[in-house]
Design a protein around this ligand. Structure first.
Ligand code: ADP
Length: 258
């Protein structure tokens, strides 16, 4: 178990994931960006010894990007499975990150896989694949974006069991940052305290809160010898805001910490 991707559980999410996998239930992960959803899925796929197929969804992603398409190779037309089809054929875990970003036809392809039929119809090849027991569908989305046009439809949401993610509690976040960056624990503690303060700032100032990912970046720069203020400017202030006044406010808070 030592070569598993590093993941610190926050609650009983590993047990829930394992049970969902065993019971052939699809899983929806909700939560802000950079709080550990992708790492969690990577860790669980390794733990369950299943291949992982990750797809980052975007507005141009179509059903064919998931299922597959005919390609011309050496003058011949050959079918190439997409990542979802491969996951179904091989009995793997298919993870669709930010699923609401994808086009509507993607959800249509997912529906028959999410109920007890567990089927993937491939119109182009005239096949209907039956997902094996060790296939699992996992999707994530960030409810914080609040984009009404892109909200996950209740009819889709209700096809999944769901798990909410948030930034880890301070002790857990400390362990994560220290482990990921190699920065001394007491310096990581200062960063975690800073994050607590930044997260308390009202959301009117910041569109998105400081993520664990950004804290890991900042700690990594510091561990590599960069001046803490310079590291914080590059890893926290700049990625969090484009507004000079907001940046100034953030920087003052940071200067008071280091
Ligand atoms: P998300 O998928 O939610 O956007 P990630 O899974 O990519 O976020 O997490 C960003 C980074 O934060 C990871 O690369 C990892 O360094 C760190 N991280 C966050 N939560 C955890 C955790 N519970 N255990 C280990 N690392 C974590």
């Amino acid at each position: 178990m030592t070569d598993l991707p590093f993941y610190v559980p926050v609650d009983h999410e590993c047990e829930l994931f394992t049970t969902a996998f065993q019971q052939r239930l699809p899983l929806l992960l909700k939560g802000p960006t950079g709080c550990g959803k992708t790492r969690f899925v990577t860790h669980m796929a390794a733990r369950l010894q299943r291949p992982l197929f990750t797809i980052s969804c975007h507005d141009d992603l179509t059903a064919a990007d998931l299922t597959g398409r005919y390609l011309i190779k050496g003058g011949e037309t050959v079918w190439a499975d997409g990542p979802l089809t491969r996951a179904v054929r091989e009995g793997g875990i298919c993870y669709l990150d930010e699923v609401v970003e994808a086009r509507k036809d993607v959800t249509v392809v997912l529906h028959p896989l999410t109920d007890d039929r567990r089927m993937l119809p491939l119109e182009r090849t005239n096949e209907t694949l039956q997902a094996p027991d060790n296939f699992m569908l996992v999707v994530s989305y960030n409810p914080g974006y609040q984009n009404i046009l892109k909200a996950l439809k209740p009819s889709t949401r209700q096809r999944f069991i769901a798990l909410s993610f948030d930034f880890p509690p301070p002790e857990t976040e400390l362990e994560i940052i220290a482990n990921e960056s190699g920065l001394a624990r007491e310096r990581c503690t200062a960063l975690v305290n800073l994050a607590t303060q930044l997260r308390r700032l009202k959301e009117t100032d910041l569109e998105e809160n400081v993520s664990t990912r950004l804290l890991v970046y900042c700690a990594t720069l510091m561990a590599a010898g960069l001046d803490p203020l310079q590291a914080a400017q590059a890893a926290l202030v700049e990625p969090l805001s484009d507004e000079p006044e907001v940046q100034q406010g953030l920087f003052e808070l940071i200067r008071a910490t280091f």
